[in-house]
Design a protein around this ligand. Structure first.
Ligand code: PMP
Length: 398
């Protein structure tokens, strides 16, 4: 029998990363490939207490079907969490709970993209977003970035040229770039959104994971200072990188009309996000455990990021170039080819596996014009001795 699959699948390939992950089962591999947070950082006691409280105080609601928009106590906690990050006047009704921020991206794709529409993303960007938007038939266009995030002059040129349905950015400690969009550029993007009447999607799962100093306010927080910009801004948040990705909790803040359409689509998709997960997270936030957890994760990742940067410099010297990240989970590395050294991330990835170390080559993260001399290293999951050993192995792979 030959199944006749939907033509929308013609536009997408299975991810190169998935293929690579198959090799990671090899014993003894040190992996910098994943995008996972470190499971050792999970506040298991805190989540257990929160789950118990949810079952004790609100069992009927926590185990029952719920509203598509989200469980109200969770939405209230998120609204006050966002207020703590400078987002003014956010009513719980202005956000919906999503099943991970990944679902928010899917809902935005579903509500905004018709086949043949153009969207602009950063080159490089989060791979699943490229795939998701392509599944809805989008032509995905890449805007170049530098260490301060997307280059706004280029972005505006591309917006004027392509008139995209939306612009998708990960402005704070991007995946995979680690880049941090400067305050000035954040304001410029908001002004651009208004000028060109184009939806900008700010995906912000990493903003809380800063090391020495907080990043500039999110574009959502800045939007009150750019008149009209809130009407063209969607913001995706996530509990995944700090509390737990397994809970599958994210949220979407968007203009009312768009949010209503997302709710409609979500209704037909998963009806609502797990009420038990939402009630648990709401209890967790209410108990006030988040600040301590955040502090612990920030300190650990900061030390690992520094250790990885130091080890890269000492083991690989001028064979690599990178910007030391100020937060997030990733170092984005450029192979320089200095002294005839390997310059192809894909070739290096294969040899690295033979040496017992894994990372993701950079090419899949580009929607257009892939740069084969790039790679992404995650410093989140390996401890410092493993990071040092891993970098020594990487040097051998060269
Ligand atoms: N956006 C970005 C930029 C990400 O890196 C990730 C996780 N890798 C997600 C969204 C999805 O996260 P989740 O669905 O777990 O909230």
């Amino acid at each position: 029998m030959t199944l006749r699959f939907a033509s929308r699948l013609d536009n997408v390939e299975t991810s190169a990363i998935r293929e690579l992950f198959k090799l990671l089962g090899k014993p003894g591999i040190i992996s910098f490939a994943g995008g996972f947070p470190d499971a050792a950082m999970f506040d298991v006691d805190g989540v257990q207490q929160a789950a118990n409280a949810a079952l004790k105080e609100e069992p009927g609601a926590a185990l029952q079907y719920g509203a598509t928009e989200g469980y109200q106590p969770f939405r209230e906690q998120i609204a006050s969490f966002m207020a703590g990050k400078g987002v003014q006047n956010l009513a719980p009704e202005q956000l919906i709970t999503t099943t991970g921020s990944q679902q928010a991206l899917d809902l935005l794709g579903k509500t905004m993209i018709s086949p043949g529409d153009k969207v602009i993303v950063e080159g490089p960007t989060f791979l699943a977003t490229i795939q998701c938007f392509r599944l809805y038939g989008a032509e995905v266009i890449s805007a170049p970035i530098d260490e301060h995030g997307v280059i706004t002059e280029e972005l505006e040129r591309l917006i004027a040229q392509h008139k995209p349905k939306l612009v998708y950015l990960v402005p704070t400690f991007g995946n995979p770039s680690g880049a941090l969009l400067s305050l000035e550029r954040r304001k410029q993007v908001l002004e651009m959104a208004v000028r060109h009447q184009t939806l900008v999607v700010e995906d912000d799962p990493y903003g809380d994971l800063y090391f020495d100093a907080p990043p500039p306010p999110s574009m959502l927080a800045l939007s009150h200072s750019v008149p009209g910009s809130r009407e063209y801004l969607a913001h995706c948040g996530s509990m995944s990188k700090v509390l737990s990705p397994g809970l599958r909790l994210g949220w979407l803040i968007a203009p009312a009309e768009l949010l209503a359409k997302c709710v409609m689509c979500k209704q037909f998709s998963d009806a609502h996000t797990s009420t038990f997960a939402q009630a648990t997270a709401a209890q967790y936030l209410k108990a006030g455990r988040m600040p301590a957890t955040l502090a612990r994760v920030r300190t650990t990742y900061a030390a690992r990021s520094k250790a990885m940067g130091d080890a890269l410099r000492s083991h690989l010297g001028d064979a690599v170039r990178f910007v030391q990240p100020q937060g997030g989970m990733f170092i984005w590395v450029q192979l320089t080819g200095a002294n005839g050294q390997e310059k192809d991330g894909n070739a290096l990835a294969k040899r690295a596996i033979e040496q017992g170390v894994a990372f993701v080559p950079g090419t899949p993260f580009f929607a257009q014009n892939p740069d084969p001399s790039t790679l992404r290293l995650s410093f989140a999951t390996a401890d410092i001795p493993k990071i040092e050993e891993g970098m020594a192995r990487l040097a051998k792979a060269f």
